[in-house]
Design a protein around this ligand. Structure first.
Ligand code: WQD
Length: 339
């Protein structure tokens, strides 16, 4: 069965391609290489022994998208990762984010609505909740005004899919709302490859640990939490990748109750920034150089998932602990730096 993975050479996309191939799916990747490298294709192949078909393409070119689906009429499922995803950058470049994250989604859906039956998995984010009022966060928590154009593109994206599914019986879709992905494949052949200075906590920690960064700045320790630092739900990227395969199989096997469903994908456990640092020091045996600085604008205090629906309806549960995820992130960093 042929599955299209857009953004399939990216961090979460590449790990999902591995899990799809492990389950026997034939994978075609579209990626514009704006935030990934074609080398990842060979690394995926080194893990699974099967080279996915790869087409470099800018999904903002509607004609190219239409042409792709003419040439690949046997695509039965699509997992759509391709999008710009840097929160801060989106504030500076809103129109780039709306064009790249929304237009491309519309072009893909316009092709999928021509098909008899197709499954569609959308890469969404807990960012749609903003600072939720109660913890853990359930899928019924109100979607709050987005804190950034990036977050807004995820909210709008979900609404576009929901409205399209309402009038397209052949389209079955699931939005997966990720919490905080981290870590790398146990082979250390693929992992997170942030371009430039990492915005996210975990790659900044491992780059500091390996000496690439001088010191980690902890953005505030005056939040109303156990140790004053923010709480997030850090999920191993392989667990997250597996959730995509389970969700796709749910649609392909017709097990979905509605033709549009939403699931939180997290561990259900929150960890503070200082706890994440402690985890790094435990798994690496190294002391991390960090200092407490002012809060980062736009940060929310706490976000961790209620995973009841994912566990009981989707039939998926995160397996890795924070330490296991951190160990995989550290092993990957050492591999990338040939240490
Ligand atoms: C985590 C915590 C920071 C860096 C973002 C996106 C979200 C999703 C995941 C795409 C926060 C603190 C961070 C640093 C720090 N991405 N921190 N020093 O902001 O929860 O979520 O990535 O879907 O949409 O918003 O992740 O890793 O940036 O921050 O103290 O150098 O670590 O303040 O409390 P975040 P993050």
């Amino acid at each position: 069965m042929k599955i299209l993975v857009t953004g399939g050479l990216g961090f979460i996309g590449s790990h999902t391609v591995v899990e799809l191939q492990n389950k026997g799916f034939e994978v075609v990747i579209i990626d514009d290489l704006s935030n990934s490298s074609q080398e990842v294709l060979g690394r995926i192949t080194s893990i699974t022994g099967k080279e996915p078909v790869f087409e470099k393409m800018d999904l903002r070119e509607k004609g190219k998208v239409t042409d792709f689906f003419k040439r690949h009429q046997d695509v039965q499922g699509v997992i759509h990762f391709a999008a710009s995803k840097a929160v801060g950058e989106s504030v500076d470049m809103p129109l780039h984010y709306y064009e790249n994250n929304i237009n491309t989604l519309v072009y893909i859906l316009q092709e999928l609505t021509q098909k008899e039956k197709v499954g569609f998995i959308f890469s969404s984010s807990c960012t749609v909740y903003g600072q939720a009022d109660t913890m853990p966060i359930t899928e019924d928590a109100p979607v709050k005004p987005a804190e950034s154009p990036y977050g807004n593109t995820k909210q709008i994206g979900e609404e576009i899919i929901r409205d399209t599914c309402k009038v397209t019986s052949g389209l079955n879709a699931i939005s997966l709302r990720y919490f905080n992905p981290m870590g790398a494949h146990p082979s250390a052949a693929i992992g997170e490859l942030p371009i430039g200075v990492p915005q996210n906590l975990v790659p900044f920690i491992t780059q500091t640990g390996v000496g690439l960064r001088e010191q980690l700045s902890v953005f505030g320790d005056d939040y109303p939490t156990s140790d004053g630092t923010c709480i997030r739900d850090y999920i191993h990227v392989v667990d997250l990748a597996k959730a995509h395969v389970v969700a796709l199989e749910r649609l392909l096997e017709g097990k979905n109750k509605e033709n549009y469903e939403v699931f939180n994908v997290g561990t259900g456990t929150g960890s503070t920034v200082l706890e994440v640092i402690k985890s790094f020091e435990k798994v690496s045996g190294k002391k991390l150089n960090y200092k407490i600085v002012d809060r980062r604008a736009g940060d929310i205090t706490t976000a961790y998932a209620d995973t009841t629906r994912a566990n009981n309806i989707l039939g998926w549960k995160a397996e890795s602990t924070l330490d296991e995820a951190m160990k995989s992130a550290w092993d990957w960093e050492l591999k990338v730096r040939n240490k």
